[in-house]
Design a protein around this ligand. Structure first.
Ligand code: PRP
Length: 180
């Protein structure tokens, strides 16, 4: 796996610092509020697990599984819900936890969906953000690390299902992507 990496773009240390900072802000902002974190699978599970442990107030969580990319490196623009949430979000403050915002189509869709279910608020937290790729205007309430317009893997982000387990965010060698 390591031989497929072109370069490390964001180290695990930098990620850890950002996650801590976000956790602290969230803990302060939601103090005394009924907060539920909703992680977006598959990619968001690592960030959610790390972020939750940096939050110092009581918090509930759930997961939703969506896909927009399939096995390609380009967004299809079609957001498909594979597994919906189980908990009732009525009268709760929802924070959607994503690994990456690219075109914004996924979050735009999810925010609209959750807003139909009677929450007190719906906000967005993302580990990584590629604002240069945005197709829809969407407000990111808790923005992690801004990344350039390069295809990245690691810390939950995959290429064709692989490389999610890399602790750093990396780019892949050209030949690895061309091999498919
Ligand atoms: C990625 C990422 C976001 C979405 C962002 O998921 O985890 O959910 O794409 O892209 P967008 O802003 O262009 O909508 P992906 O579809 O690759 O699924 P995965 O998390 O299961 O790998």
């Amino acid at each position: 796996m390591l031989e497929d990496i072109d370069k490390v773009l964001i180290t695990r240390e930098v990620i850890r610092e950002k996650v801590k900072e976000l956790g602290k802000r969230i803990s302060e902002d939601y103090k005394g509020k009924d907060l539920i974190l909703i992680g977006v699978l598959k990619g968001g599970f690592i960030f959610l697990a790390d972020l939750m442990r940096e939050i110092t107030i009581p918090v509930d969580m759930d997961l939703i599984s969506v896909t927009s990319y399939g096995n390609s490196t380009e967004s299809s623009g079609v957001v498909r819900i594979i597994k919906d949430t189980d908990v009732n979000i009525e009268n709760k403050h929802v924070l959607i936890v994503e690994d990456l915002v690219d075109t914004g189509l996924t979050l735009n869709h999810l925010k609209q969906l959750f807003n139909t279910r009677g929450p007190k608020s719906v906000k967005i937290c993302t580990a990584f953000d590629k604002p240069s790729r945005r197709k829809v205007d969407i407000e990111i309430d808790y923005q992690g690390i801004v990344v350039p317009d390069e295809f990245i893997v690691g810390y939950g982000l995959d290429y064709a299902g692989k490389y999610r387990n890399l602790p750093d965010v990396c780019t892949l060698k050209k030949e690895v992507i061309e091999r498919r």
